[in-house]
Design a protein around this ligand. Structure first.
Ligand SMILES: [Zn+2]
Length: 239
């Protein structure tokens, strides 16, 4: 076989192995995807929980302040009552006290409800934290498992990349550039066999004269349709 052809076939073989390994390394295995999705869900639940819990605690503080202020004002108004000098003033103080009493009562009622809600959050807090922690641990374990599985693949990939560096050493730069151009344009496949006068890359018949030349194996030819490099190998050679 023409030397240039066999060199390109070897480079193509290595490029296939490299691409396969890179695809696998870039992919996320099912068990890891599942763990990641569980972690995402747990994180979202945790965030929503903490936000709502925080809102309730904030409201509680606000309401407690409101309650204390109104209660203090009410006590002050009560003390003021005996010192009132006329009816008009007396009525005004009574009216003020009425409003303050209403405020205190409403705040008391709302605080009861809010305390229930805060207690509920408090009782769920540990569970929500644990769920997130568990999901984090599981995710870490899955990442570790993936890395272990990938280590073999990574060392194979490195070896094949080294082999490729060796393989391209004796190939003309212009030919290699052409090969890489075709490979990038044609789904990583730049060297293909001609079978039954047909390019196996694009499945289109090559012109009869070109076919004869490819079979002769004296020069390097490209498919006029897909530009892939063509080679011929007889059935007997395969056997
Ligand atoms: Zn073709």
């Amino acid at each position: 076989m023409l030397e240039a052809v066999s060199k390109l076939i070897e480079i193509q073989r290595l490029d296939n192995l490299i691409a396969d390994a890179e695809d696998k390394l870039a992919g996320i295995p099912d068990y890891l995807a599942e763990a990641q999705s569980e972690l995402e869900t747990a994180q979202k639940e945790f965030d929503v929980f903490k936000e709502e819990y925080g809102k309730d605690l904030g409201s509680k503080t606000e309401l407690e302040t409101f309650y204390e202020e109104n209660k203090a004002q009410l006590e002050k108004a009560q003390k003021k009552l005996p010192e009132v000098k006329n009816n008009k003033e007396y009525e005004a103080v009574l009216k003020e006290m009425d409003t303050l009493k209403k405020n205190v009562n409403t705040a008391e009622y709302q605080l009861l409800e809010l305390n229930d809600s805060v207690d509920k959050f408090k009782s769920e807090d540990d569970n929500v934290i644990k769920k997130l922690e568990d999901a984090k641990v599981k995710n870490e374990e899955c990442l570790k498992r993936r890395d272990e599985e990938n280590s073999e693949l990574t060392s194979e990939l490195a070896k094949n990349k080294e082999k490729r560096i060796e393989a391209i050493k004796n190939v003309k730069k212009s030919l290699l550039a052409k090969y890489d151009r075709v490979r990038h344009a044609r789904n990583n496949l730049a060297v293909v066999r001609v079978e039954d006068e047909t390019c196996t890359g694009c499945c289109i018949k090559v012109p009869p004269q070109l076919y004869v030349e490819v079979v002769k194996d004296k020069e390097l030819f490209q498919c006029p349709n897909c530009q892939r490099f063509l080679y011929y190998r007889s059935e007997e050679a395969d056997a």
